[in-house]
Design a binder for this molecule. Structure first.
Ligand code: NDP
Length: 400
């Protein structure tokens, strides 16, 4: 039925590729193209062995728009899944426009020289995608991604007005390494060391990095210290659900992780500017990435669960209501199925699900969309069937 290109060959791309191969009735031609071709070839060999599916591979630097456009014109996919890094978003969107392909990603654009992510750069492509009759689906991982769909589902089925939204992201897993990040280390450390930000009564309130924290209870996991951070889906959710008065994002971190992070910052290894080293220019955080474990290698010894969801307060039929919708994902089960850990799994499965929604015509439209703008029902049915079942607690204690 459809041709798809995945760009990138890291942890998230690996999971998405497995899931596309498991749905080969819909995705009947797949290409994996990335900077390092041997990583694409390794994924392709695994897919052949596990599912008997043949996948094409290619080398491409997605920052080279001309090269990527040529590749896309040659393969002519209907959809390009950008599972590389946020720095590539605009270049890949440009190549999609030039080659006439639709677009999907899991993280919003961030300039290489400034740790500042926001949707404005990608929302600015609205007219171009509309005029060319193409669709761009932004932020279709777990958070952003499933959390936006959960919110849309809550708004559609459980509330007349949503007033408070708290997105809670707990990784209660243990990879048995002294320090490692669960997705690309450079992007991860840039995100966590930023100032905190949350939405209150029409304004953005700023906090120090990880300054506000409280213990929250996660289903099947227990109590974990949770830290308020800024996260990109807050920007689109308060725009698309204007009754929201307060929107916040919380993530759990262990003390050991935070101590490592503090040392990394204190000794200058989180710097994103160039320094001179023996006559060569290097960026400390990029050097750090090169020596830290790659996220896709963490799976083998990873135990425990992730638990991510939305805690929502609002009004239904004139009465106050609370609603908690969440998924728990086992790192071990994710590894058994795809050879990668739960954080890559919880991102790659929704990316495939969004692609499935698009290819089967359940999500459609011309222009640039955030996931919460589409019908949440078919997505949540498919994502549950694909390995990320969800659960609801109605009128329970949200702890806020
Ligand atoms: P990895 O670092 O494991 O993989 C990134 C891949 O992109 C690598 O294969 C890398 O190539 C490739 N790549 C980088 N630059 C280029 C380029 N210029 N051209 C072609 N390929 C390139 O990252 P993850 O798989 O962990 O994360 C992938 C994306 O998913 C990131 O954008 C991340 O922010 C996002 N994410 C989203 C989440 C969500 O819930 N929404 C959660 C987790 C991640 P090489 O192998 O040569 O380095």
């Amino acid at each position: 039925m459809g041709k798809v290109v995945i760009i990138g060959a890291g942890g998230v791309a690996t999971v998405a590729a497995h899931k596309l191969a498991q749905n080969s009735d819909v995705f009947n031609e797949i290409m994996i193209a990335s900077r390092t071709k041997k990583k694409c070839d390794a994924i392709a060999a695994d897919l052949k062995a596990r599912y008997g599916v043949t996948v094409k591979t290619a080398q491409v630097d997605a920052d080279n728009v001309a090269d990527l456009t040529a590749l896309l014109k040659q393969f002519q996919p209907e959809l390009v899944m950008n599972l590389a890094l946020p720095y590539q978003d605009l270049h890949i969107m440009d190549a999609c426009l030039a080659a006439g392909c639709n677009y999907l990603d899991t993280a919003n654009y961030e300039p290489l020289d400034e740790a500042k992510y926001q949707y404005s750069w990608q929302w600015a492509y609205q007219d171009k995608f509309k005029q060319t009759g193409l669709t761009a689906i932004l932020g279709c991982g777990f958070d952003p991604g499933v959390t936006g769909v959960y919110t849309a589902y809550a708004a559609k089925h459980h509330f007349d007005e949503i007033h408070e939204l708290d997105i809670v992201d707990c990784n209660a897993g243990d990879h048995h390494k002294a320090f490692a990040t669960n997705f690309n280390p450079e992007i991860n450390i840039r995100e966590i060391t930023q100032k905190g930000r949350y939405y209150l009564n029409g304004k953005w309130e700023q906090t120090g990095a990880l300054e506000i924290h409280e213990p929250l209870t996660y289903p099947e996991v227990g109590v974990r210290e949770s830290y308020l951070m800024y996260h990109e889906e807050l920007e689109s959710l308060v725009k698309n659900f204007p009754t929201i008065k307060r929107a916040r994002f919380w993530m759990t971190f262990g003390q050991e992780y935070l101590t490592h992070l503090r040392v990394i910052q204190d000794i200058g290894m989180a710097r994103i500017d160039e320094i001179d080293y023996n006559g060569q220019k290097i960026v400390p955080i990029q050097f750090l990435k090169a020596v830290l474990p790659a996220p896709e290698t963490l799976g083998a010894n990873y135990t425990g669960w992730t638990s991510i969801g939305c805690r929502i307060k609002g009004v239904k039929d004139g009465k106050e209501k609370t609603y908690y919708i969440y998924n728990n994902c086992s790192h071990e089960a994710a590894y058994k199925e795809t050879g990668t850990q739960g954080v890559s799994y919880t991102t790659g499965v929704p990316a495939m699900t969004g692609a499935y929604m698009f290819m089967t015509g359940k999500w459609s439209g011309k222009g640039v969309f955030n996931v919460e703008e589409f019908n949440p029902d078919p997505f949540l049915a498919k994502v549950a069937e694909s390995g990320l079942p969800w659960h609801e607690i109605i009128n329970g204690d949200l702890e806020f």
